[in-house]
Design a protein around this ligand. Structure first.
Ligand SMILES: NC(=O)C1=CN([C@@H]2O[C@H](COP(=O)(O)OP(=O)(O)OC[C@H]3O[C@@H](n4cnc5c(N)ncnc54)[C@H](O)[C@@H]3O)[C@@H](O)[C@H]2O)C=CC1
Ligand SMILES: O=C([O-])C1=[NH+]CCC1
Length: 315
Protein backbone atom coordinates (compact mmCIF):
# COMPACT_ATOMS: atom_id res chain seq x y z
CA UNK A 1 0.00 0.00 0.00
CA UNK A 2 1.49 3.37 -1.03
CA UNK A 3 2.03 5.98 1.71
CA UNK A 4 0.26 9.31 1.89
CA UNK A 5 1.56 12.02 -0.43
CA UNK A 6 3.69 14.75 1.09
CA UNK A 7 2.42 18.30 0.69
CA UNK A 8 5.03 20.89 -0.16
CA UNK A 9 3.71 24.40 0.43
CA UNK A 10 4.77 27.65 -1.22
CA UNK A 11 7.27 28.68 1.50
CA UNK A 12 9.02 25.32 1.17
CA UNK A 13 9.21 25.70 -2.61
CA UNK A 14 10.66 29.20 -2.17
CA UNK A 15 13.27 27.76 0.19
CA UNK A 16 14.18 24.79 -2.00
CA UNK A 17 14.04 26.04 -5.60
CA UNK A 18 17.09 27.95 -6.86
CA UNK A 19 17.69 29.27 -10.38
CA UNK A 20 21.28 27.98 -10.32
CA UNK A 21 20.01 24.39 -10.11
CA UNK A 22 16.81 24.90 -12.08
CA UNK A 23 18.23 26.50 -15.25
CA UNK A 24 20.53 23.60 -16.31
CA UNK A 25 17.75 21.07 -15.66
CA UNK A 26 15.34 23.09 -17.80
CA UNK A 27 17.90 23.33 -20.61
CA UNK A 28 18.31 19.57 -20.49
CA UNK A 29 14.52 19.05 -20.47
CA UNK A 30 13.93 21.41 -23.42
CA UNK A 31 16.57 19.49 -25.41
CA UNK A 32 15.00 16.15 -24.52
CA UNK A 33 11.51 17.39 -25.44
CA UNK A 34 12.66 18.50 -28.90
CA UNK A 35 14.23 15.12 -29.65
CA UNK A 36 10.67 13.62 -29.64
CA UNK A 37 11.95 10.36 -28.18
CA UNK A 38 9.09 8.84 -26.20
CA UNK A 39 11.53 7.20 -23.75
CA UNK A 40 12.77 10.67 -22.87
CA UNK A 41 9.57 12.75 -22.82
CA UNK A 42 5.88 12.15 -23.45
CA UNK A 43 4.10 15.47 -23.14
CA UNK A 44 0.92 16.23 -25.07
CA UNK A 45 -0.21 19.79 -25.74
CA UNK A 46 -2.06 21.14 -22.69
CA UNK A 47 -5.69 19.99 -22.48
CA UNK A 48 -7.79 23.09 -21.76
CA UNK A 49 -11.34 23.39 -20.44
CA UNK A 50 -13.04 26.80 -20.66
CA UNK A 51 -14.57 28.21 -17.45
CA UNK A 52 -16.84 30.52 -19.40
CA UNK A 53 -18.77 31.93 -16.45
CA UNK A 54 -15.50 33.02 -14.81
CA UNK A 55 -13.60 34.10 -17.95
CA UNK A 56 -10.95 31.50 -17.36
CA UNK A 57 -9.52 28.12 -18.33
CA UNK A 58 -8.41 24.97 -16.57
CA UNK A 59 -5.29 23.49 -18.14
CA UNK A 60 -4.10 19.96 -17.45
CA UNK A 61 -0.41 19.33 -18.19
CA UNK A 62 0.70 15.68 -17.81
CA UNK A 63 4.29 14.59 -18.54
CA UNK A 64 6.15 11.30 -18.40
CA UNK A 65 9.94 11.10 -18.54
CA UNK A 66 10.54 7.34 -18.67
CA UNK A 67 14.35 7.36 -18.61
CA UNK A 68 14.34 9.75 -15.66
CA UNK A 69 11.50 7.95 -13.84
CA UNK A 70 9.45 11.16 -13.57
CA UNK A 71 5.64 11.17 -13.84
CA UNK A 72 4.00 14.50 -13.17
CA UNK A 73 0.98 16.61 -13.90
CA UNK A 74 0.10 20.21 -13.28
CA UNK A 75 -3.38 21.66 -13.00
CA UNK A 76 -3.42 25.35 -13.77
CA UNK A 77 -6.33 27.76 -13.92
CA UNK A 78 -5.74 31.01 -15.73
CA UNK A 79 -8.10 33.95 -16.12
CA UNK A 80 -8.77 37.14 -18.00
CA UNK A 81 -9.21 39.33 -14.94
CA UNK A 82 -10.93 42.70 -14.97
CA UNK A 83 -8.56 45.67 -14.62
CA UNK A 84 -8.23 46.31 -10.90
CA UNK A 85 -9.10 42.74 -9.87
CA UNK A 86 -7.02 41.53 -6.94
CA UNK A 87 -7.56 37.86 -7.80
CA UNK A 88 -4.49 36.06 -9.24
CA UNK A 89 -4.19 35.53 -13.03
CA UNK A 90 -3.05 31.92 -12.54
CA UNK A 91 -3.34 29.29 -9.80
CA UNK A 92 -1.47 26.02 -10.10
CA UNK A 93 -0.90 22.72 -8.31
CA UNK A 94 1.74 20.18 -9.33
CA UNK A 95 1.48 16.46 -8.57
CA UNK A 96 4.44 14.10 -8.70
CA UNK A 97 3.52 10.42 -9.08
CA UNK A 98 5.31 7.10 -8.81
CA UNK A 99 5.24 5.80 -12.41
CA UNK A 100 5.45 2.14 -11.33
CA UNK A 101 2.70 2.12 -8.71
CA UNK A 102 0.64 5.08 -9.85
CA UNK A 103 0.28 6.79 -6.48
CA UNK A 104 0.79 10.50 -5.88
CA UNK A 105 4.12 11.03 -4.05
CA UNK A 106 3.90 14.77 -3.61
CA UNK A 107 1.42 17.60 -4.04
CA UNK A 108 3.42 20.78 -4.57
CA UNK A 109 2.41 24.43 -4.70
CA UNK A 110 2.46 25.25 -8.40
CA UNK A 111 2.47 29.04 -8.29
CA UNK A 112 6.11 29.40 -7.35
CA UNK A 113 7.09 26.66 -9.81
CA UNK A 114 5.14 28.38 -12.60
CA UNK A 115 6.67 31.76 -11.79
CA UNK A 116 10.24 30.53 -11.61
CA UNK A 117 10.32 27.95 -14.41
CA UNK A 118 8.63 30.31 -16.88
CA UNK A 119 11.11 33.10 -16.12
CA UNK A 120 14.03 30.66 -16.23
CA UNK A 121 12.98 29.39 -19.68
CA UNK A 122 12.71 33.00 -20.94
CA UNK A 123 16.22 33.60 -19.58
CA UNK A 124 17.43 30.50 -21.43
CA UNK A 125 15.89 31.95 -24.61
CA UNK A 126 17.84 35.17 -23.99
CA UNK A 127 21.04 33.24 -23.30
CA UNK A 128 20.65 31.51 -26.68
CA UNK A 129 19.18 34.31 -28.82
CA UNK A 130 20.00 37.76 -27.37
CA UNK A 131 22.76 39.80 -29.05
CA UNK A 132 26.09 39.74 -27.22
CA UNK A 133 26.72 42.74 -24.94
CA UNK A 134 23.01 43.46 -24.37
CA UNK A 135 22.64 46.47 -22.08
CA UNK A 136 18.95 47.35 -21.82
CA UNK A 137 16.08 45.11 -20.70
CA UNK A 138 12.44 46.21 -20.91
CA UNK A 139 9.66 44.43 -19.02
CA UNK A 140 6.03 45.04 -20.01
CA UNK A 141 3.67 44.13 -17.17
CA UNK A 142 4.29 44.27 -13.43
CA UNK A 143 2.65 41.11 -12.01
CA UNK A 144 4.01 37.78 -10.73
CA UNK A 145 5.82 36.89 -13.93
CA UNK A 146 7.35 40.36 -14.20
CA UNK A 147 8.92 39.89 -10.78
CA UNK A 148 10.40 36.44 -11.45
CA UNK A 149 11.63 37.61 -14.87
CA UNK A 150 13.30 40.63 -13.27
CA UNK A 151 15.01 38.39 -10.72
CA UNK A 152 16.41 35.79 -13.08
CA UNK A 153 17.32 38.18 -15.92
CA UNK A 154 19.26 40.52 -13.63
CA UNK A 155 20.87 37.50 -11.99
CA UNK A 156 22.04 35.96 -15.28
CA UNK A 157 22.90 39.05 -17.38
CA UNK A 158 24.77 42.30 -16.62
CA UNK A 159 22.13 44.77 -17.90
CA UNK A 160 23.00 48.43 -17.42
CA UNK A 161 19.34 49.45 -17.33
CA UNK A 162 16.04 47.69 -16.65
CA UNK A 163 12.91 49.54 -17.74
CA UNK A 164 9.39 48.63 -16.75
CA UNK A 165 5.96 49.60 -18.02
CA UNK A 166 2.49 48.86 -16.69
CA UNK A 167 -0.97 50.14 -17.57
CA UNK A 168 -1.20 51.79 -14.18
CA UNK A 169 1.18 54.06 -12.28
CA UNK A 170 0.39 52.10 -9.09
CA UNK A 171 1.48 48.86 -10.80
CA UNK A 172 4.86 50.33 -11.72
CA UNK A 173 5.34 51.88 -8.28
CA UNK A 174 4.52 48.59 -6.54
CA UNK A 175 6.92 46.75 -8.82
CA UNK A 176 9.74 49.24 -8.21
CA UNK A 177 9.27 48.83 -4.45
CA UNK A 178 9.25 45.02 -4.62
CA UNK A 179 12.50 44.46 -6.56
CA UNK A 180 15.91 44.65 -4.98
CA UNK A 181 17.72 46.53 -7.78
CA UNK A 182 17.33 49.67 -9.89
CA UNK A 183 14.44 50.08 -12.37
CA UNK A 184 13.44 52.87 -14.73
CA UNK A 185 9.66 53.44 -14.62
CA UNK A 186 8.24 54.22 -18.08
CA UNK A 187 4.93 55.85 -18.90
CA UNK A 188 4.47 54.23 -22.31
CA UNK A 189 5.38 50.94 -23.97
CA UNK A 190 7.23 52.87 -26.66
CA UNK A 191 9.38 54.66 -24.07
CA UNK A 192 10.17 51.33 -22.40
CA UNK A 193 11.13 49.36 -25.51
CA UNK A 194 12.84 51.92 -27.82
CA UNK A 195 16.50 50.88 -28.07
CA UNK A 196 16.05 47.89 -25.71
CA UNK A 197 18.16 44.81 -26.46
CA UNK A 198 15.78 42.44 -24.67
CA UNK A 199 12.04 42.80 -24.11
CA UNK A 200 9.87 40.60 -21.90
CA UNK A 201 6.08 40.73 -22.38
CA UNK A 202 4.28 39.43 -19.29
CA UNK A 203 0.83 41.01 -19.52
CA UNK A 204 -2.69 39.62 -19.46
CA UNK A 205 -3.50 41.57 -22.60
CA UNK A 206 -5.56 39.96 -25.36
CA UNK A 207 -4.62 42.67 -27.90
CA UNK A 208 -1.12 43.59 -29.13
CA UNK A 209 0.79 45.84 -26.72
CA UNK A 210 4.20 45.56 -28.40
CA UNK A 211 4.50 46.90 -31.94
CA UNK A 212 7.30 45.97 -34.33
CA UNK A 213 7.90 49.58 -35.36
CA UNK A 214 9.26 50.32 -31.87
CA UNK A 215 11.55 47.29 -31.63
CA UNK A 216 15.25 47.75 -32.33
CA UNK A 217 16.51 45.44 -35.14
CA UNK A 218 18.38 42.57 -33.52
CA UNK A 219 16.46 42.77 -30.23
CA UNK A 220 15.26 39.61 -28.49
CA UNK A 221 11.64 39.39 -27.30
CA UNK A 222 10.46 36.79 -24.77
CA UNK A 223 6.66 36.77 -25.20
CA UNK A 224 5.08 35.05 -22.20
CA UNK A 225 1.42 36.17 -22.03
CA UNK A 226 -1.30 35.58 -24.68
CA UNK A 227 -1.62 31.83 -24.32
CA UNK A 228 -4.93 31.40 -26.15
CA UNK A 229 -5.40 31.14 -29.93
CA UNK A 230 -7.30 34.44 -30.05
CA UNK A 231 -5.12 36.42 -27.60
CA UNK A 232 -2.26 38.67 -28.66
CA UNK A 233 0.62 40.61 -27.13
CA UNK A 234 2.68 41.24 -30.28
CA UNK A 235 1.58 42.78 -33.59
CA UNK A 236 1.84 41.18 -37.05
CA UNK A 237 4.77 43.39 -38.07
CA UNK A 238 6.95 42.09 -35.25
CA UNK A 239 5.81 38.47 -35.70
CA UNK A 240 6.55 38.54 -39.42
CA UNK A 241 9.87 40.42 -39.23
CA UNK A 242 11.33 38.33 -36.41
CA UNK A 243 12.73 34.83 -36.42
CA UNK A 244 10.21 33.03 -34.19
CA UNK A 245 11.21 30.33 -31.71
CA UNK A 246 8.89 28.52 -29.30
CA UNK A 247 9.06 26.01 -26.46
CA UNK A 248 6.78 23.59 -28.35
CA UNK A 249 5.93 23.90 -32.04
CA UNK A 250 2.61 22.04 -31.54
CA UNK A 251 1.82 24.20 -28.52
CA UNK A 252 2.45 27.39 -30.48
CA UNK A 253 0.37 26.23 -33.44
CA UNK A 254 -2.52 25.28 -31.10
CA UNK A 255 -2.46 27.97 -28.42
CA UNK A 256 -0.62 31.10 -29.54
CA UNK A 257 -2.74 33.87 -31.06
CA UNK A 258 0.48 35.72 -31.92
CA UNK A 259 1.61 32.78 -34.07
CA UNK A 260 -1.75 31.59 -35.45
CA UNK A 261 -3.32 34.98 -36.28
CA UNK A 262 -0.15 36.56 -37.70
CA UNK A 263 0.57 33.51 -39.87
CA UNK A 264 4.22 33.66 -38.75
CA UNK A 265 6.32 30.54 -39.15
CA UNK A 266 7.83 28.93 -36.05
CA UNK A 267 11.46 28.58 -37.12
CA UNK A 268 12.59 26.31 -34.28
CA UNK A 269 12.02 25.18 -30.72
CA UNK A 270 14.48 26.28 -28.05
CA UNK A 271 15.32 22.59 -27.66
CA UNK A 272 16.39 22.43 -31.32
CA UNK A 273 18.91 25.20 -30.66
CA UNK A 274 20.10 23.46 -27.47
CA UNK A 275 20.48 20.20 -29.43
CA UNK A 276 22.39 22.00 -32.21
CA UNK A 277 19.88 20.99 -34.88
CA UNK A 278 18.71 24.57 -35.60
CA UNK A 279 20.76 27.80 -35.50
CA UNK A 280 20.41 30.67 -33.01
CA UNK A 281 19.96 33.84 -35.08
CA UNK A 282 21.40 36.24 -32.52
CA UNK A 283 22.11 38.84 -35.21
CA UNK A 284 18.40 39.08 -36.16
CA UNK A 285 15.32 40.22 -34.30
CA UNK A 286 14.08 37.14 -32.47
CA UNK A 287 10.83 36.27 -30.68
CA UNK A 288 10.63 33.42 -28.21
CA UNK A 289 6.93 32.54 -27.91
CA UNK A 290 6.49 30.85 -24.54
CA UNK A 291 3.35 28.84 -23.80
CA UNK A 292 4.68 26.81 -20.88
CA UNK A 293 5.24 23.05 -20.90
CA UNK A 294 4.55 20.20 -18.51
CA UNK A 295 8.12 18.96 -18.83
CA UNK A 296 9.29 22.24 -17.23
CA UNK A 297 7.00 21.61 -14.25
CA UNK A 298 8.09 17.96 -14.07
CA UNK A 299 11.82 18.69 -13.72
CA UNK A 300 11.06 21.51 -11.26
CA UNK A 301 8.89 19.19 -9.14
CA UNK A 302 11.52 16.44 -9.16
CA UNK A 303 14.19 18.93 -8.10
CA UNK A 304 12.01 20.21 -5.24
CA UNK A 305 11.05 16.70 -4.09
CA UNK A 306 14.66 15.47 -4.17
CA UNK A 307 15.78 18.54 -2.19
CA UNK A 308 12.90 18.11 0.24
CA UNK A 309 13.96 14.51 0.90
CA UNK A 310 17.64 15.44 1.20
CA UNK A 311 17.26 18.57 3.33
CA UNK A 312 14.14 17.63 5.26
CA UNK A 313 10.92 19.56 5.42
CA UNK A 314 12.21 22.35 7.69
CA UNK A 315 15.25 24.64 7.63
N1 LIG B 1 4.11 31.13 -20.93
C1 LIG B 1 3.96 30.62 -19.73
O1 LIG B 1 4.52 29.56 -19.40
C2 LIG B 1 3.10 31.29 -18.73
C3 LIG B 1 2.37 32.39 -19.10
N2 LIG B 1 1.62 33.05 -18.19
C4 LIG B 1 0.92 34.24 -18.64
O2 LIG B 1 1.73 35.36 -18.35
C5 LIG B 1 0.90 36.52 -18.17
C6 LIG B 1 1.28 37.21 -16.89
O3 LIG B 1 1.01 36.36 -15.79
P1 LIG B 1 1.12 36.90 -14.28
O4 LIG B 1 2.31 37.78 -14.14
O5 LIG B 1 0.97 35.74 -13.39
O6 LIG B 1 -0.18 37.81 -14.20
P2 LIG B 1 -0.48 39.03 -13.21
O7 LIG B 1 -1.93 39.22 -13.15
O8 LIG B 1 0.29 38.86 -11.95
O9 LIG B 1 0.16 40.27 -14.01
C7 LIG B 1 -0.37 40.66 -15.25
C8 LIG B 1 0.12 42.03 -15.66
O10 LIG B 1 -0.52 42.38 -16.90
C9 LIG B 1 -1.13 43.67 -16.77
N3 LIG B 1 -2.29 43.71 -17.67
C10 LIG B 1 -3.50 43.16 -17.48
N4 LIG B 1 -4.29 43.40 -18.55
C11 LIG B 1 -3.56 44.14 -19.42
C12 LIG B 1 -3.81 44.71 -20.69
N5 LIG B 1 -4.99 44.57 -21.27
N6 LIG B 1 -2.81 45.38 -21.29
C13 LIG B 1 -1.60 45.53 -20.70
N7 LIG B 1 -1.30 45.01 -19.48
C14 LIG B 1 -2.27 44.32 -18.86
C15 LIG B 1 -1.48 43.81 -15.29
O11 LIG B 1 -1.61 45.16 -14.94
C16 LIG B 1 -0.24 43.14 -14.66
O12 LIG B 1 0.83 44.07 -14.62
C17 LIG B 1 -0.54 36.01 -18.22
O13 LIG B 1 -1.04 36.20 -19.51
C18 LIG B 1 -0.39 34.51 -17.94
O14 LIG B 1 -1.44 33.76 -18.48
C19 LIG B 1 1.58 32.68 -16.87
C20 LIG B 1 2.26 31.58 -16.47
C21 LIG B 1 3.05 30.78 -17.37
O1 LIG C 1 2.41 26.87 -18.48
C1 LIG C 1 1.60 27.39 -17.68
O2 LIG C 1 1.53 27.08 -16.50
C2 LIG C 1 0.72 28.43 -18.21
N1 LIG C 1 0.80 28.88 -19.42
C3 LIG C 1 -0.17 29.88 -19.69
C4 LIG C 1 -0.92 30.05 -18.44
C5 LIG C 1 -0.34 29.08 -17.47
Amino acid sequence: MAGRPVIIWKQEVQRLLRYGELVPRLEDALGKFSRRDSAEVIQPVRCTVPLQKHHGFLGSMPTYMENDGVLCTKLVCFYQREAGSTLPATQATVMLLDPEVGNVKAVIDGDEITGMRTAAVSAISAKLLMCPGAEVLAILGTGQQALTHYNVFTDMFPFKEVRVWSRTRQGVERFCRSVSGPVTACVSVEEAVRGADAIVTVTRSTEPVLFGRWVKPGAHVAAVGACRPDWRELDDVLMKEAVVYSDSREGAMTESGDVILSGAEVFAELGDVINGTKPAHREKTTVFKSLGMGVEDAVSAKLIFDQWKAKGSRP
